[in-house]
Design a binder for this molecule. Structure first.
Ligand code: ZN
Ligand code: ZN
Ligand code: FE
Length: 761
């Protein structure tokens, strides 16, 4: 009896409730192995909100168990909260994993994860049964979001369901001590998906290793090919072959937008790019994003990869198939999403030849269905963290836990470009991967498919729906239609730039007054004009527009967005008389001829097809053209990137003059000064420093408020570095999004955060 008393006094039993990314990431076997290591009894199971553990044994050992649980948890898992509650002893001596039961589902859907080092080592090992196997994976790596139909994350709910496991795979799958315990996409040569090479001409088909060899030899010969990745097809060619890259650009109608390049390894990247250690960390991170880094000059890389700019998007192989291809090729390859301009990434091999027969006649594919499309993520390093330009594969679906619980289910639809969808329920916020620009039938379909997946997986029917105020955004139409069909659903239309500010506030869970600089291309303003150079006093409840850039007119509407010289002329119309402009030799005869200037002046004066905008993005365009660049731009932000690149050649620390009167930031003095200059690099540098000075000067008028920087203009590294350097010196509190996109990709997050903070929600 004495022994038993001593025994039980020493023993305790606890119930642990763990929330976060804890399903489908090897968490239960990890708990099992840990419990076994410390001779503890109990159970572990998935439940609706995460993982439930009953742990029983000696107190000291439970302590060790808990320590390891939080410090050594699997690389893909993330513990957001751990509740521990002592319960009555249950005399459990063995530890068991309980099968998952579906129920109320609020646990997190995991993004696709790049090949892990263990699988890579096995893939390179001639004696391993998965030697050179293009679909090797384990609980720490492999596809997730792209193959999932439903939660819980079980094989039967994924596109692996059509591949029956062979005996050996099944054994690994069932063994809690195996790295592949419950790895849903587990497979091998015997039971898994198969590779296939297909030619447009239908004359050749190759399987397996031969298919890889065939596609590699085509790439080496300078052909453009299509390869099925994890979330869609890539269009691929030799990145050192000018003809191949030029042909890809021409046939894909993509004249200048930079192309991402995949390299065999980090050493290979360093031959072509100058990496800071922050860049290197991002490139090697398990999410394997495309990282925008500084391009080296005079390398073997084709000049058409990233024309006119000083940087390049690089990434490493992230699937076993990419690993095999790059190893065999030993060359950097262009790997860009297979899509037509304005359309989403292609998932289906039949679509490749149907939609882009002029781009490629060859494809490497496999027979595992991609359920949910997902593009590559794009990020750039900053000295403090990263800036997310596109949040997709590896990062998204992105989940956040917020203090504020949603009492209603909230759906936010984003803007119209770089659209993402955000959901809020209970204490979760989920952001979808980047969907892209809406407008075409295909991209709208893609949007609805992504929405359907999220609704199905999270068993989510919205009670509140949030959209932009823009009356002509596709997402606004969807929201209005939805609200009409569902009279119980309430609808919120939120101002675009306020949503930018709220996105940053959401990432940092701010619930206080802030001074927000919301600088972007365009968004619909409360006065019906296009906004984009806004300074706001904002809280989670409301905002006040305290300052904005002086309005200019977009001569010809959308046309002005593609032709920066129209914006330059508009800036001049704001400053000079028509006669004065006709006298300017740098304009008349160079940017436009006399008749063009006269016609555009009429447009300007009468306000016909000349919407007004306070967009700073457009001022960038105007300065780009005034400094001597005459070319049209072919992608959003191009003028800013080129100005940023050329500014690096200038050492000046000078700024231009400007005025602020009645809340209007008037840059007319700057325009006058720019016209007297002729060094592009100096103009670019001084302009960027001027924008920084404007931010600092306005901030000084509100010394007590934290500053928020949001909107696509803050993708400009030099601008952000300058502002934040000064804020650091001043000890000023500021916030800029790192983990979520600060361009329009973050609008849905801002929208959801607003709704979440309203009293009734
Ligand atoms: Zn692995
Ligand atoms: Zn197998
Ligand atoms: Fe925006």
């Amino acid at each position: 009896m004495q022994l038993s008393a001593e025994y039980s006094s020493n023993k305790k039993s606890f119930k642990l409730t763990i929330k976060g990314i804890v399903q489908g990431v090897g968490f239960r076997p990890f708990v099992y192995q840990l419990a076994t290591k410390y001779h503890l009894g109990g159970i572990v199971s998935n439940n609706g909100s995460g993982v439930l553990v009953i742990i029983e044994g000696k107190e000291k050992e439970i302590e060790f168990f808990l320590r390891d649980l939080v410090s050594n948890n699997p690389s893909l898992s993330r513990i957001d909260s751990l509740e521990k509650e002592q319960i009555e002893l249950q005399n459990r001596t063995t530890f068991e994993i309980i099968e998952s039961n579906s129920g109320s589902i609020s646990t997190m859907l995991s993004p696709d994860i790049s090949l892990c080092s263990d699988c890579l080592a096995e893939m390179k090992d001639k004696n391993n049964r998965r030697y050179a196997y293009p679909f090797i994976n384990c609980t720490n790596c492999g596809p997730r979001y792209s193959i999932i139909n439903n939660l819980p994350y079980d094989r039967k709910n994924t596109s692996m369901k059509s591949f029956a496991m062979c005996k050996e795979c099944q054994k690994e799958y069932n063994n809690p001590n195996d790295r592949r315990y419950h790895a849903q996409p587990i497979s091998c040569y015997r039971c898994g998906p198969k590779l296939k090479y297909i030619s447009l001409f239908g004359d050749e088909e190759q399987d397996g290793q031969k298919a890889i060899e065939k596609i590699c030899s085509l790439i080496k010969e300078g052909e453009v090919v299509a390869i099925k990745g994890i979330g869609g097809f890539h269009v691929v060619c030799d990145a050192t072959n000018n003809d191949a890259v030029a042909s890809l650009r021409k046939n894909k109608h993509r004249p200048t937008k930079p192309l991402a390049v995949m390299f065999k390894n980090i050493t290979a990247i360093k031959k072509f790019a100058s990496l800071k250690k922050e860049d290197e960390a991002l490139i090697l991170s398990k999410e394997r994003p495309i990282v925008i880094v500084a391009k080296k000059e005079n390398t073997l890389l084709s000049e058409f990869i990233a024309p006119n700019i000083d940087r390049i998007g690089v990434f490493l192989p992230y699937t076993p198939l990419h690993e095999l291809l790059l190893h065999k090729l030993n060359l950097p390859i262009v790997a860009t999403s297979a899509n037509l301009s304005g359309e989403p990434i292609i998932l289906d091999e039949n679509e490749i030849f149907k939609k882009m027969p002029f781009v490629t006649s060859h494809l490497l594919t496999y027979n595992r269905e991609i359920v949910n499309a997902c593009d590559d993520s794009v990020v750039q390093s900053t000295f403090y963290d990263r800036i997310t330009l596109r949040m997709a594969r590896g990062y998204a679906p992105y989940s956040m836990h917020l203090e504020k619980r949603a009492s209603k289910k909230i759906l936010a639809l984003g803007a119209n470009q770089k659209v993402s969808i955000a959901l809020a329920f209970d204490d979760n916020v989920i952001i979808s991967p980047h969907i892209g620009d809406l407008g075409s039938i295909e991209s709208n379909e893609y949007f609805f498919k992504a929405l359907a997946t999220l609704k199905r997986v999270y068993n989510f029917e919205p009670e509140v729906i949030v959209c932009d105020k823009h009356p002509r955004y596709e997402t606004t139409h969807f929201a209005k239609e939805y609200a009409l069909k569902h009279p119980n659903v309430s609808m919120i239309e939120l101002q675009h730039h306020y949503a930018h500010a709220l996105a940053a506030m959401a990432e940092y869970a701010l619930d206080e007054d802030v001074l927000a600089f919301c600088f972007d291309g365009t968004g619909y303003g409360d006065d019906g004009n296009l906004w984009g150079g806004e300074v706001m006093l904002a809280s989670t409840q409301t905002y006040k527009r305290v300052c904005h850039f002086k309005e200019l007119s977009l001569l010809g509407g959308e046309k002005a967005v593609k032709e920066p010289k129209r914006v330059a002329l508009s800036l001049l119309f704001n400053t000079f008389s028509l006669d004065e402009i006709l006298q300017m030799k740098s304009i008349n005869g160079k940017l436009f001829n006399e008749n063009e200037i006269k016609t555009l002046y009429q447009m300007y004066e009468r306000g016909i097809n000349a919407p007004m905008t306070s967009s700073l993005g457009r001022v960038f365009d105007g300065v780009y053209a005034l400094s001597g660049y005459r070319d049209n731009i072919s992608y959003e932000g191009e003028s800013g990137l080129i100005l940023e690149s050329v500014s690096l050649k200038s050492k000046t620390k000078a700024t231009y003059s400007y005025d602020i009167k009645d809340g209007v930031i008037d840059y007319t003095p700057m325009i006058l000064e720019i016209l007297k200059e002729n060094n592009k690099a100096d103009i670019a540098k001084k302009f960027i420093l001027t924008v920084s000075k404007i931010v600092i000067d306005i901030s000084s008028q509100y010394p007590k408020l934290p500053v928020v920087l949001s909107g696509g203009v803050f993708q400009n590294k030099i601008l952000v570095a300058e502002i934040t350097k000064i804020f650091h010196k001043m000890g000023r509190k500021y916030y800029i999004q790192n983990k979520t996109p600060l361009n329009d990709g973050g609008i849905s997050l801002g929208q959801v955060y607003f709704a979440l903070n309203q009293k009734d929600n």
